[in-house]
Design a binder for this molecule. Structure first.
Ligand code: PLP
Length: 365
């Protein structure tokens, strides 16, 4: 940890330190284990231009949701052929711009979206978003999108009547999915759609397994290799041999190579609790803490001292800005630095300047 921080000790906090070598090796690891499965980095996890450039240079593709993300990638010189979108509900302007740049694959889960795609991106391949259980994930993504197998098959078959090309199925097992059974169950559900659509006279070709690969939030999680092994084995059992596979990792690609570095800005004792206030909190980087994503807090200059339990909070004048409870740290002083890991995913990407607090700068070193 100290070595990590030694890369840029003079940087003003808060900042997000991305370890270039660790990120590079993670990206390469993903590409090796993915074999023939296309890998599209979900830019939403960390859209810092330096991160995007490193991922692009490694030859990986990108998954995006908005015109702004498309503009970012085009500005970085990313080949539009390497960009897909799996957002089931898109603005009309985004569909148009993807189509202008050669995008011919769109995800949908409603007739309204199919009609929009048919009008703005005629003749495109369409991929239906299937609901799957999110039981093993810390950040479930079930409610907002997706339809069950029967409706998924019906939508795909209906899309033909709109001049679209029913191409496949996508799902998301939920972010930070810490068990492999979720992928097993999701693949079986996707195979069910496949069968129903085949009965309607259409052969699908594309299976997009989404994201969900976990980072190391202080717990043991299945490796990328283990997840791909399970997926490939089950896909070989359930789907035709010529299937096209895609994955869209976000969190697992960038989380573990990043650490937020914050400073103590205040301390207080309240009703017997020790409160520690940092210059990074819920609104400017640690938003996922409100969904119980756990972070590891490591003091940078206080190794070995006795610890006490702290409630850790952010710098804004808002009571929602409480990051974690029962965090063991030594007695801290204003100005002491704390490393918060894993910090590379869904931190700066979510951050706002609410209350005038600064969004952490990103240093790739
Ligand atoms: C469509 C889609 N693909 C991929 C991802 C990335 O997921 P994760 O960061 O869990 O890998 C998300 C996350 O919300 C998503 O919505």
């Amino acid at each position: 940890m100290q070595r990590f921080f030694d890369l840029c000790p003079e940087q003003e906090t808060p900042f997000l330190l991305m370890d270039r070598a660790a990120l590079q090796s993670r990206v390469e690891d993903f590409l090796v284990h993915a074999k023939d499965c296309g890998v599209f980095y979900a830019v939403k996890a960390n859209s810092d231009p330096q991160v995007v450039q490193l991922v692009a240079n490694a030859g990986m593709g990108f998954e995006i949701s908005s015109t702004a993300e498309l503009n970012l990638l085009l500005g970085q010189g990313v080949d539009p052929k390497k960009i897909i979108t799996s957002n089931p509900i898109k603005t009309p302007g985004f569909i148009e711009k993807m189509y202008q740049h050669g995008g011919r694959q769109f995800v949908f889960d409603s007739v309204t979206e199919a009609e929009k795609i048919a009008k703005l991106a005629p003749g495109s391949d369409v991929v239906v978003r299937l609901t799957v259980e999110n039981l093993e994930s810390s950040w479930p993504l079930t409610d907002k999108f997706g339809v069950g197998p029967e409706e998924a098959a019906t939508l795909l078959l209906q899309s033909r009547d709109l001049g679209l090309n029913p191409a496949g199925v996508t799902f998301h097992v939920g972010s930070q999915c810490e068990g492999v059974l979720s992928w097993h169950a999701a693949l079986e559900r996707a195979a069910d759609v496949w069968r129903q659509v085949a009965e309607g006279g259409v052969n699908l070709k594309l299976l997009n397994i989404g994201g969900g690969f976990p980072a190391h939030h202080g717990v043991n999680v299945p490796s990328v290799e283990a997840i791909y092994d399970i997926v490939f084995k089950r896909v070989a059992e359930l789907f035709p041999a010529d299937i096209v596979l895609e994955a869209e990792p976000g969190r697992a690609l960038v989380a573990d190579s990043g650490a937020l570095v914050g400073s103590v800005v205040g301390k207080a004792g309240r009703d017997g609790e020790n409160w520690l206030y940092l210059d990074v909190g819920v609104f400017n980087g640690l938003m996922e803490s409100v969904g119980n994503i756990p972070y590891i807090f490591t003091p940078l200059e206080k190794n070995g001292s006795e610890t006490v339990k702290w409630v850790v909070a952010g710098p804004s004048c808002d009571s929602f800005d409480v990051v974690a409870k029962d965090i063991a740290l030594p007695d801290m002083a204003v100005g002491d630095k704390v490393l918060i890991t894993p910090g590379g995913a869904y931190t700066t990407a979510y951050a706002s300047t609410f209350n005038g607090v600064r969004i952490p700068s990103v240093v790739l070193a």
